[in-house]
Design a protein around this ligand. Structure first.
Ligand code: GLN
Length: 512
């Protein structure tokens, strides 16, 4: 059993920063402890690449900044990055054999921004290959185990990120979410995660999967900790053509999410015992219907009741095309993936086969050897739906559906302020459970895909556990907002976390 790292002795990132400021703890001590904890928890398989020298170099720089009085909002805070973000120094594999030895010459914008804010990276975290999956079982480097129950998956594709935060190896981690990959592992590991509005966080340096869907977001213990990371990560980046300059009337820059959070927070605080009075929570009938496990439904209903106790009003709404998000996403995401992954040809970078007679054979063998099953499946589907004759029947139809799904959300958000429901239909499944039916996992994305297709922000907040044999497997509540509502979502989740302690629970540590 893993041991919790030193940072867990402090309630949250804010408390940790204060302790660093008064020299109650140093960045080097925190980093060493996190490195040790990661080592002890090797059986989780959460980390893919660790380099103590690189980490300690960052930690020493953090201590120097603290001493010089130039510390930033995250100085000395131990975090780790999903291996889908390129990093100088640490290898970047995106969970693929194709990139097995790849070291990037530059840092992703997210990595750069978090480093500028002072965060110390403990290393790179395991994930599904090219972020394709819902259980972290598609990593070329083996599955990640759920720290709550090692027989279970941690969720995916940011499974290493969720597991590392849940096991208290790091204070927070980065993830990417194309169709649910921040929210779903956060839910299955009992941590707090947020996928922001598409375009608010730069995709520069994220190994591309589905470019019109990919967004980065943090996973952390609490909503406040997630806020601390997101605020530093978000902001316009001229190196990403889809990065937004403005979020409504305000610039997309660090400080925006924090300001929105503070504004919402001030209003809620003025509400006293009913901080959320007036908040209309839309609950889509389609999110609580058939296919949702009873234990997940019960945990979500209990969370909704808790929000009502805080003053919010529940409004029944409908998202009529919820089921259609699955075929729409599983056409669009593979289409974009097939195009993005064309770059791995054994020439520019990535794996090259040892044995070939000519160029064509070199490319096909390199790809056959480098890619795993799920990635090949998606490349085939994507190539098919984009091909002449099938483009209109599949790709174009999926794009039309995408537009209608986005409209459904806008209509629903006229009747309510935020939407709540489950993140996933069940608690974490067993490792290997869907081995013979690869598309079974796809169906489990039903509550997260629509949000991604619409480009909306959404988070997962721990709200309970499963029942019976699954009583140690966490359940997350999904909170969905309108475009650029990140600050408000985090403030709403924060009110919930004031009166509940699901987010404070952690899998037992060795010396607890
Ligand atoms: N489970 C979805 C998929 O496999 C979403 C993954 C993601 O968000 N990266 O594509």
């Amino acid at each position: 059993m893993a041991k919790h790292a030193l940072h867990t002795e402090f309630a949250d990132i804010a408390a940790l920063r204060q302790a660093l400021d008064r020299r109650a703890v140093s960045a080097v001590e925190l980093a060493r402890s996190a490195l040790d904890a990661a080592q002890d928890a090797a059986d989780l398989n959460a980390f893919l690449h660790i380099d103590a020298d690189l980490t300690l170099q960052q930690a020493r720089a953090a201590d120097a900044a603290l001493a010089a009085g130039t510390a930033g909002p995250l100085t000395g805070v131990p975090i780790a990055h999903k291996d889908a973000f390129v990093t100088r120094g640490w290898r970047t594999t995106a969970g693929s054999r194709m990139l097995g030895q790849y070291v990037s010459p530059f840092d992703a914008t997210v990595v750069e921004r978090l480093q500028e804010a002072g965060a110390v990276s403990i290393g790179k975290l395991n994930c599904d290959e090219f972020a394709m999956g819902s259980g972290n079982e598609n990593s070329a480097f083996g599955p990640v185990r759920n720290p709550w129950d090692r027989a279970a998956v941690p969720g995916g594709s940011s499974g290493g990120s969720a597991a590392a935060v849940a096991a208290r190896l790091v204070a927070a981690a980065t993830g990417t979410d194309t169709g649910g990959s921040v929210r779903q592992p956060a839910s299955l590991c009992g941590v707090t995660g947020i996928k922001p509005t598409y375009g608010t966080v730069s995709r520069f340096g994220i190994v591309a999967f589905g470019s019109s869907l990919d967004q980065a977001g943090p996973l952390a213990r609490s909503s406040r900790d997630a806020l601390a990371l997101l605020d530093a990560m978000a902001g316009f980046d001229p190196r990403d053509a889809t990065s937004v300059q403005n979020c409504g009337p305000v610039a997309n820059a660090p400080g925006r999410v924090q300001r929105d959070f503070d504004g919402a927070q001030a209003r809620y605080e003025a509400g006293g015992a009913q901080p959320l009075a007036g908040l209309r929570i839309g609950v889509p009938a389609e999110y609580l219907g058939d296919g949702l496990a009873d234990d997940v439904r019960a945990a979500v209903q209990a969370a909704l009741a808790q929000f009502e106790a805080l003053g919010a009003r529940r409004v029944e709404i409908s998202l009529p095309r919820t089921e259609l998000a699955i075929p729409a996403y599983y056409v669009i995401a593979p289409a974009e993936a097939s195009s993005n992954l064309a770059r791995y040809d054994g020439v520019r970078y990535g794996h090259r086969t040892a044995d070939y007679a000519d160029l064509t054979e070199m490319i096909s063998r390199s790809r056959a050897e480098g890619f795993g099953e799920e990635v090949k499946r998606r490349i085939l589907i994507g190539t098919y739906v984009l091909s002449h004759g099938y483009y209109d029947a599949y790709y174009l139809q999926a794009q039309r559906l995408r537009r209608l799904i986005a409209q459904d959300f806008q209509r629903a958000l006229e009747q309510c302020d935020v939407i709540m429901g489950p993140v996933a239909p069940t608690v974490a499944k067993d490792i290997g459970e869907n081995r013979d039916d690869p598309t079974a996992d796809w169906l489990a994305d039903i509550y997260t895909l629509g949000v991604s297709l619409a480009g909306l922000p959404a988070m997962s907040v721990p709200c309970g556990f499963g029942s019976g044999a699954h009583s140690r497997r966490p359940v997350g509540l999904q909170i969905i907002g309108n475009y650029f509502d990140e600050g408000r979502l985090l403030a709403i989740a924060d009110r919930y976390q004031h009166v509940t302690d699901w987010h404070l629970r952690a899998p037992a540590s060795q010396d607890a």
